[in-house]
Design a protein around this ligand. Structure first.
Ligand SMILES: Cc1cc2nc3c(=O)[nH]c(=O)nc-3n(C[C@H](O)[C@H](O)[C@H](O)COP(=O)(O)OP(=O)(O)OC[C@H]3O[C@@H](n4cnc5c(N)ncnc54)[C@H](O)[C@@H]3O)c2cc1C
Length: 571
């Protein structure tokens, strides 16, 4: 007897994007459920520190300025219609979050407070100390509980299912606690499964950020877009990947080289430490490569901010610095280096969250929606501005939820054969039945992470990326044979890690392919063998389609420009 559930809208992922989408879909009158591989408040959104952007037009800020800085930050790869929606709807979403119960920091005059973040001239980042993501996620989870929406916690989604017309009709998933597999039928599925940070080692991302959603959509027929665009954050702890939030520089911290110079003067004389992340990360890497670093790092100096500011506004990183580097930020600068942080690319999605395009434009999967880091609208283009991602999750999570809810009203109940569950079970049985070898999932995962970091980091070239591509292909062969020691059903975390690795290898492959295809330098994709941005040929997105049994298929889409023609990008 196959276990099956049915909802109008099923949301995969319980981070900020997923929870926001679920609430919005519920408000359309749809029946909604959320499915997540970890407890909702353990989603990576919980780790977001610095804040969330919005231009409050009632205070003299202009949404157009926020939109322009986002487009410039993206190195003009962002689709500007999407950026305009983000910037226009931001203020209202911050207020809704406040009304739901998020206790944002306030100014001396009692109004919602802001700090400055990179790539932006104005202070428009709203924040809750330096644990903004946690504050937002807990409040949204409360709202989901209040609405009584079912949340399938610790259920691992394996694949999409489609009806006979190729419409998405739900997912197949198994409960990690029991190994029980089930079919979740839905008229619309929203993928909000977060990023893929752990394809690189180290990364600021939680261990669960393994690109499952991207790989599942990709295998289901949706294209991945601009996967080569990988963000390195300028201030992470070397070797550990732990993030020291941009909030530190937002509050005024300096970056120093071994000679004690504020080296950003050379690279971004106007914006200094608050230039966009790709620019600051490259500057640091050049300082380190040219011998002006300290043991592979530069220094982040907060001392002049004073103890009060550090303790009140940077409490989490104060603690992190003490626990993980034994450094008291109020007394000493801390060594930092660029570290993998975010993926700008993802499942190609339109401004309503749909993962299928108008006839003749691009293909995808009707009935499938995506929101949050897993999606690529493209808002962030070649480089995301700090504090725009939390905003992306709430604005486009809400929109995807609403459109998915409305879409579900127009659809019949999906007809899906129970056989898909048997296929899922058989697939897992085959993985568990593999004969013992010396290889391990952990080893393959580690080698993949190193290959990606070495060849697709801050600086790239053809040779390195081709090497990574070959390495990934070899690791894929090894994955096909690697055995899982635990053969049980109950909390088989070995199996879960193996399945995540399977997804990560797909993501790694598309990142390398995108990088090799884009023969220019733009945003975070900086090629030492093609130094310039090439608007004539590359003002376009790269779409990668899965092609079972053969190499992936490439396609291209022009960037949508509304108000801001590409300019030379200086900070
Ligand atoms: C350390 C850190 C600090 C950051 N700070 C900021 C900041 O200050 N401001 C900002 O704007 N951005 C910040 N970001 C980026 C931002 O936090 C993320 O991009 C955003 O929170 C992603 O939200 P999400 O809802 O898309 O995904 P996530 O919060 O990652 O949630 C993904 C969900 O998908 C589920 N899932 C995944 N795979 C499966 C599967 N196979 N089956 C079932 N469920 C699955 C997970 O269980 C989880 O619930 C930061 C990121 C990091 C790593």
């Amino acid at each position: 007897m196959v276990t099956s559930y049915e909802f109008d809208v099923l949301v995969m992922g319980a981070g900020l994007a997923g929870l926001r989408a679920a609430l919005a879909a519920h408000q359309t009158g749809a029946t909604v459920a959320v499915i997540t591989k970890v407890h909702p408040v353990r989603s990576h959104s919980n780790a977001a520190q610095g804040g969330i952007n919005a231009a409050r037009t009632d205070r003299g800020d202009k949404w157009e300025e926020h939109a322009f800085e986002t487009a410039k930050g993206s190195d003009y790869l962002a689709d500007q219609d999407a950026v305009e929606i983000l910037a226009q709807e931001a203020g209202q979403d911050i207020l809704s979050l406040e009304h739901m119960g998020v206790i944002f920091n306030r100014n001396e005059d009692g109004r919602l407070g802001t700090r400055r973040f990179g790539g932006q001239k104005r202070a428009r980042t709203f924040f809750v100390s330096d644990f903004t993501g946690q504050a937002l996620l807990h409040v949204l989870y409360e709202q989901v509980m209040k609405a009584g929406l079912p949340v399938f916690e610790e259920w691992f989604v394996l694949s999409l299912v489609k009806d006979e017309h190729g419409h998405c009709g739900g997912v197949v998933a198994f409960e990690i606690r029991s190994g029980r597999m089930a079919l979740f039928k839905a008229k619309a599925v929203i993928i909000a499964a977060g990023g893929l940070g752990r394809v690189f080692e180290p990364s600021t991302n939680a261990l669960i950020c393994t690109g499952d959603g991207m790989a599942i959509a990709y295998r289901g027929g949706a294209p991945l877009m601009d996967m080569e665009m990988v963000q390195y954050h300028p201030t992470t702890l070397r070797g550990k990947g732990l993030l020291l939030s941009e909030a530190a520089r937002g509050e005024g911290a300096h970056l120093l080289n071994a000679e004690g110079e504020r080296f950003m003067e050379q690279y971004a004389p106007n914006m200094m430490e608050l230039a966009s992340r790709d620019v600051v990360s490259r500057a640091e890497q050049i300082e380190i490569n040219e011998g002006r670093g300290i043991n592979g790092c530069v220094l982040l100096d907060c001392r002049h901010l004073g103890k009060k500011v550090i303790r009140e506004r940077l409490s989490q990183i104060l603690e992190e610095a003490k626990s993980f580097a034994n450094i008291d930020l109020t007394e000493e600068p801390i060594p930092v280096c660029p570290g993998m942080h975010y993926i700008m690319g993802g499942v190609k999605t339109d401004v309503e969250g749909r993962c299928w395009g108008p006839a003749g434009a691009w293909q995808g999967v009707p009935g499938l929606f995506a929101a949050g880091e897993v999606a690529c609208l493209s808002l962030h283009g070649g480089n995301r501005l700090g504090a725009n991602s939390l905003l992306d999750t709430v604005v486009f999570g809400r929109r995807a939820g609403r459109y998915a809810g409305e879409y579900a009203k127009t659809r019949p109940h999906p007809r899906i054969s129970d056989g898909v569950v048997k296929d899922g079970e058989n697939g897992l049985k085959r993985v568990l039945a593999r004969p013992e070898t010396d290889d391990t999932v952990a080893r393959i995962r580690h080698e993949m992470g190193r290959a990606m970091t070495e060849n697709l980091g801050v600086f790239r070239d053809r040779e390195g990326m081709a090497h990574a591509q070959q390495t990934i292909a070899g690791l894929r062969e090894r994955w096909n044979r690697v055995a899982i020691r635990d053969k049980g059903q109950v909390f088989n975390t070995g199996l879960v890690r193996a399945l995540e690795l399977d997804f990560m290898l797909d993501c790694a492959e598309t990142i390398a392919l995108g990088g090799l295809t884009r023969t220019e330098s733009r945003g975070a994709h900086f090629r030492t063998d093609c130094l310039d941005r090439d608007d004539e040929h590359w003002l376009k997105h790269i779409l990668i389609y899965h092609h079972p049994g053969g190499p992936p298929h490439l396609d291209f889409l022009s960037v949508r420009i509304t108000q801001w023609e590409p300019q030379v990008r200086v900070y």
